[in-house]
Design a protein. Structure first.
Ligand code: PMP
Length: 394
């Protein structure tokens, strides 16, 4: 065989390409597209944060930092987590700064999984979980979060999927793509299950700052959970810093040390200039976070109400910046609907099926777009739905 692909590992060859890609490629070749497809804030990072990065460069901070990140930043992360979410982590042994929450997820899974061990995923979920588990030789096991339960998993749904091989559960609240946020009571039910079956919980709390309905409960603040939780979070969403690639993980010292072992060989440290920016974001940026959150909340209300008026059923997302309406009334699959909406009305949304099979029948719309764009998207979606209904008499 002379194909260069013969060098590619079996683990990588088996990965499926992301279902989101196809729509970006289609949309990239079209003009006048309104994109509700991307999962990132429409705000530019606050000026004081950008300026802190510029100043760090001017002052010549261009070298590596400690593997776990600048101690000053880790200390600030600890006091932020303490004041916002009542968490207590030790900056020197229980926190590390990572290249986005993405790397924190990768390190968490690589640090804990032996081949053949199972990890529970609550689907629909973020597209990276399954491939990251597979790259570690682990087995993803999906638990369906159903629409009639506002896309929240019940403890009974989760327990049914637990086997002798189950090692961990990934919990993401508020969720991408549904926006579902678990209440404190619902999280407590999951915590009892984690205790009963000795599960480690990877709590992906990247959307913690974008929670609209009630006070946010961080999973590891629940009784007994700190010792079995890896908290994953970062600056991308709440602080509008996706391109800076900065996140962090907090975990009991032995787990954190295992993650750090991988990180020191594979990454060394997160970018120094981004760490300086993050320090400023935590010290002086929380008022901006709150004002961005108010703006998303307004747009959530406007967009979800608009979808309902057109005739789509849509649960009210408790957090993040995604609406996840049902498109079952169109008679199309979510993939067909997204393609038709893009080609006919130039609105890009993501088919729910890319987030797990139980996402079929829904699409993810990011409302992190201007009010004008959202209103125009709603107009186009209404026109499209009417056309579909006229052509198929549904
Ligand atoms: N977790 C979830 C649920 C996400 O939606 C995302 C980004 N789309 C990430 C993690 C990764 O975020 P980061 O930019 O910090 O790597």
């Amino acid at each position: 065989m002379s194909e260069p692909s013969r060098y590619i590992s079996g683990n990588v060859s088996q990965l499926k390409p992301s279902g989101i890609r196809k729509f970006f490629d289609l949309a990239a070749n079209m003009e006048g597209v309104i994109s509700l497809g991307v999962g990132e804030p429409d705000f530019i990072t606050s000026w004081n944060v950008r300026e802190a990065c510029i100043q760090s460069l001017e002052q010549g901070y261009t070298a590596y930092t400690a593997n776990a990140g600048m101690l000053e930043l880790r200390k600030e992360i600890c006091s932020y987590l303490n004041s916002r979410f009542a968490l207590n982590y030790d900056a020197s042994s229980e926190v590390m700064v990572t290249v986005g929450a993405s790397q924190a997820l990768d390190l968490s899974l690589r640090a804990i999984l032996n081949p053949g061990e199972e990890v529970l995923l609550i689907e629909p979920c973020f597209v990276s979980y399954e491939p990251l588990i597979r790259l570690c030789g682990g087995i993803p096991v999906s638990v369906s979060a159903r629409e009639e339960n506002s896309f929240k998993p019940t403890a009974a749904d989760i327990e049914k999927k637990i086997t002798q091989k189950t090692k961990a559960l990934i919990l993401c609240s508020p969720n991408n793509p549904t926006g579902a946020q678990l209440t404190k009571k619902e999280l407590q039910e999951v915590s009892l299950l984690a205790e009963k079956h000795d599960l480690l919980v990877i709590a992906d709390e990247i959307y913690a700052e974008l929670s609209y309905e009630e006070a946010y409960t961080s999973f590891s603040s629940l009784p007994g959970m700190r010792e079995r939780t890896i908290l994953v979070s970062g600056f991308s969403k709440g602080f509008a810093m996706t391109g800076w690639r900065l996140g962090y993980a907090c975990a009991p010292a032995p787990l954190l040390a295992a993650m750090l072992k991988i990180h020191q060989y594979s990454m060394m440290c997160a970018p120094t200039m981004a760490q300086h920016a993050a320090l400023e974001a935590l010290t002086n940026g929380l008022a901006d976070v709150d004002s961005m959150k108010r703006s998303y909340r307004q747009r959530r209300n406007l967009f979800v109400e608009g979808l309902r008026e057109i005739g789509f059923s849509c649960h009210l997302p408790g957090g993040a910046f995604y609406a996840f309406p049902s498109i079952k009334n169109t008679g199309l699959s979510s993939d067909e609907y997204a393609e038709s909406l893009l080609l006919e009305e130039k609105v890009a949304v993501v088919p729910g099926s890319v987030f797990g099979s139980c996402g079929e029948g829904f699409v993810r719309c990011s409302y992190a777009s201007s009010v004008e764009q959202l209103q125009e998207a709603l107009k186009r979606m209404e026109r499209h739905l009417k056309k579909l209904q006229a052509s198929s008499n549904i």
